[in-house]
Design a protein around this ligand. Structure first.
Ligand code: ATP
Length: 247
């Protein structure tokens, strides 16, 4: 299946001792949405991404990907359903080439039986195509260690693209990028989204959110403040109050 995956979060709580990072949250993200999770520091945004990806288990509540209850499903199994993500801190193997880092995304497709076993040359060709799609054509042989920070973010997107995701989770993609790099990044996300996947991104940069996201889920203290069209949510008094001193 290669349709975009929706997400349904039903009364999900993630507790660390007495602290509820996510607190009885109910929210549905429709298949094909391009949505930003926003909120002040500690609102629970990254925790929510981890819960969706299966990298953390919910303390209570249920979580659905498409029509499947994945509450107890491991991250690897959710990845096989087509979930791909990036992290706040870039996770690439610096000693490996761009191509080999991106080929991890290709390998994922083979593991999922969404691509047949590939000869090394085809595997490289798939990775190179994804690199070309993010503007890094012809640079597959370079090691990651020679790249700028912004270029590393692009390699992460190439790796995500190479896995033909149905749901993409991006954690603070614009952080550390120049304005020009962020604009380029936004173009790539739009293109990826138009290619047929759901995109959920966590972002503090509200200009980036305004320019890119169609919908916003605003969190505060692990709870839902608002969910709706971007301009509407960013204009709500509750959101502006929660964000005072942060935005
Ligand atoms: P930021 O914008 O600063 O990245 P966030 O909205 O992503 O914040 P989370 O990182 O999800 O917020 O954290 C939510 C709350 O849960 C915070 O109070 C944080 O300190 C706490 N928290 C997160 N992970 C853990 C953990 N492993 N153990 C204990 N507390 C945690």
């Amino acid at each position: 299946d290669s349709e975009p995956l929706g997400v349904r979060i039903e009364h999900v709580t993630k507790a660390y001792g007495a602290l509820r990072a996510v607190d009885g949250l109910d929210v549905a993200i429709r298949p094909g949405a391009l949505v930003a999770l926003v909120g002040p520091n500690g609102a629970g945004k990254t925790t929510l991404l981890d819960l969706i990806a299966g990298e953390q288990a919910a303390s209570s509540g249920r979580l659905w990907l498409g029509d499947r209850d994945v509450t107890t499903l491991a991250a690897s199994a959710r990845a096989r359903l087509g979930v791909a993500r990036t992290y706040q801190r870039i996770r690439l193997v610096p000693s490996l080439s761009l191509r080999d880092n991106v080929a991890v995304g290709v390998d994922k497709l083979v593991l999922e039986d969404r691509l047949p076993r590939l000869a090394e040359r085809q595997r490289a060709a798939h990775a190179d195509a994804a690199l070309a799609a993010v503007g890094l054509a012809g640079r597959g042989e370079e090691p990651i260690s020679t790249l700028t920070f912004g270029e590393r973010r692009l390699v992460e997107v190439a790796r995500v693209l190479a896995s033909r995701p149905r749901l993409v989770l991006l954690d603070e993609p614009a952080s550390g990028l120049s304005v020009a790099e962020a604009e380029h990044f936004a173009t790539l996300v739009r293109r990826m989204h138009a290619g047929g996947c759901t995109v959920v991104l966590v972002e503090h940069d509200l200009a980036f959110v305004r320019a890119l996201a169609e919908e916003v889920v605003a969190l505060d203290g692990g709870r839902l403040l608002a969910h709706g069209p971007t301009a509407e949510v960013l204009a709500t008094p509750a959101f502006q109050e929660a964000y005072v001193g942060v935005a």
